[in-house]
Design a protein around this ligand. Structure first.
Ligand code: ZN
Length: 85
């Protein structure tokens, strides 16, 4: 992806699956992802890493997601409980 994550960690979060501090190059992933399909973890990590390229959830962000993880929409749907749950 051409981005460098300086540090990352796992913690419990109540409202989101992951977060990215763009200035620090630091990513957090939610401990709850351990209970999900591993593809969900990959989706969150790719999503947070794309934030190092694009801060906002805009069309540039979506085109990066399409490039790096083409099936991200179905994984997102699974993660949000829209399918399989
Ligand atoms: Zn995001």
């Amino acid at each position: 992806m051409g981005v460098h994550v300086k540090s990352w960690g796992v913690k419990s979060m109540k409202t989101k699956w992951g977060s990215c501090n763009i200035n620090a190059g630091r990513i957090w992933v939610n401990l709850e992802l351990a209970k999900k399909n591993p593809a969900c973890l990959e989706y969150i990590i790719v999503h947070e890493m794309v934030h190092l390229l694009e801060r906002l959830h805009n069309k540039h962000f979506i085109s990066y997601m399409d490039k790096f993880l083409p099936n991200w929409r179905s994984i997102k749907a699974e993660l949000n409980g829209l399918i399989f749950e």
